[in-house]
Design a protein around this ligand. Structure first.
Ligand code: AMP
Length: 425
């Protein structure tokens, strides 16, 4: 299907064309017409499916059809869990609205509020924000939400994981009751459903069904390896494979720094991105990675969430996440929007139970390889890594489990509860 058939204005089609998109992704094809109809939408989609354009394009269309209000109060609010995601959504909003008379702004914590306040004072139609800074600036009376017509809650699951539920509830109280609501989440736990029931009105559910997407298969592979040999193996894989853009996940900030240093010593340009890094350092690392001057980005889960890195060919799990759904988020960084990718996991004996949980969640067995000289330690204990070593202060163990029995090596279905698409709840 072509974008033209979705009912978007010619100004938006021009912006889409400029971005080089040819066809809408499945989530866009499903969500855009529903949003244009004014429906509340509950969408199951993770980063990489094109979800941002899925809500931004129709939102801009709707706003551009109405009259801009005097003083330009916020008419559409997009709430995101992290500053990186806020910055990326904002960048998308800017690009897609290039040929429209609409203004946008972004606000997030961790940086000086003054430039953000100056922007707010100029007025805007679309505001992209993280919850804390939004409430903070609202309390200081730098913005009002009482003219919001469309509210988007992006990555709702991560919002809850990061403890933003109370903030979200506070934000909702600041907006008019009569408004259109869109909620995006990669996973659907009981808490997410409860949140959705609390503010969506007769929502239409849509999901990005990976089987039908243009995204080709992600090749997944496990290397069984002794814990102490992981660094050597990851350096060997990257060097010998001549991989140029590799995202490596570690479980801890300390682990990310350590691995980054060792990569650099081995002559591989690398940068670490995690919660202890300043916003400036993160932006610089990401820019270097995107431009190709940094070959390896070593990241923790929370820091990597929402990074917009198109066409990422390689993702390596230096350590498996202890929350299985994070595995799905991580490997979703590869094979994005039509490109194929490879997701590799280095698994030591103490991660055996994590691997088992992940395979259960994705409903398939991941092929295992052993590299000569980097064999697993036959005497190592398979007892899981101790709690204290986890970098997991925000997360709660998910309760649900998907049970898709599909032994093909393909992109996993990430939504926990089976739903047919486009069904009304
Ligand atoms: P998202 O899931 O919103 O983070 O988008 C993932 C990536 O896909 C981004 O780099 C987008 O620019 C890109 N993208 C979004 N929609 C399309 C499309 N229809 N065709 C090709 N690429 C797209």
């Amino acid at each position: 299907m072509a974008f033209k058939k979705l009912g978007l204005s010619s100004a938006l089609l021009k912006a889409i064309d400029k971005k080089g998109y040819i066809n809408p992704s499945p989530i866009q094809e499903k969500a855009i017409p529903l949003v244009l109809e004014g429906k509340d939408v509950l969408a199951s989609a993770q980063t990489g499916t094109g979800k941002t354009a899925g809500f931004t394009l129709p939102l801009l269309h709707i706003l551009s059809q109405g009259n801009s209000l005097r003083n330009r109060p916020v008419r559409a609010l997009v709430l995101t869990p992290t500053r990186e995601l806020a910055a990326q959504v904002y960048a998308n909003v800017k690009e897609y609205s290039e040929f429209l008379d609409l203004r946008s702004a972004v606000i997030f914590g961790g940086v000086n509020q003054k430039p953000q306040i100056a922007n707010l004072k100029r007025g805007m139609d679309v505001l992209v924000a993280t919850p804390g800074r939004l409430l903070d600036l609202h309390n200081q009376r730098f913005l009002s939400l009482d003219k919001v017509e469309i509210f988007v809650l992006d990555e709702a699951d991560r919002m809850l994981d990061m403890g933003f539920l109370r903030d979200i509830e506070r934000v909702m109280k600041l907006m008019p009751e009569k408004r259109q609501n869109l909620m995006f989440s990669a996973t659907f736990s009981k808490d997410i459903k409860k949140l959705a029931q609390g503010f969506l009105r007769n929502p239409v559910q849509v999901e990005a069904t990976p089987e039908n997407t243009a995204v080709e298969v992600i090749q997944q592979k496990v290397y069984r390896v002794a814990k102490g040999k992981k660094t050597g193996l990851v350096i060997k894989l990257i060097s010998e494979g001549k991989w140029q853009q590799v995202l490596v996940f570690t479980r801890t900030k300390h682990g990310a720094n350590n691995l980054c240093k060792k990569m650099i010593s081995a002559g591989i340009t690398a940068a670490a991105i995690h919660g202890n890094k300043s916003q400036g350092a993160r932006t610089k690392a990401l820019a270097g990675f995107k431009s190709g001057s940094v070959r390896v980005l070593v990241a923790t889960d929370i820091a990597a969430r929402g990074l917009d890195i198109p066409l990422l060919p390689h993702v390596i799990n230096f350590e498996l996440p202890n929350v299985s759904e994070d595995y799905v988020h991580r490997i979703g960084r590869t094979g994005r929007a039509g490109a194929s990718g490879e997701a590799i996991s280095l698994v030591s004996a103490d991660e055996t139970s994590y691997l088992r949980d992940i395979q259960k969640l994705i409903g398939m067995k991941i092929p295992v390889e052993i590299v000569e000289g980097f064999e697993p330690d036959p005497n190592a204990s398979t007892a899981p890594i101790k709690q204290g070593q986890r970098n997991n202060q925000f997360r709660s163990k998910p309760k649900g489990n998907s049970s898709r029995n599909n032994n093909k090596n393909r992109r996993p279905k990430h939504n926990i509860n089976k739903r047919s698409s486009d069904t009304r709840s």
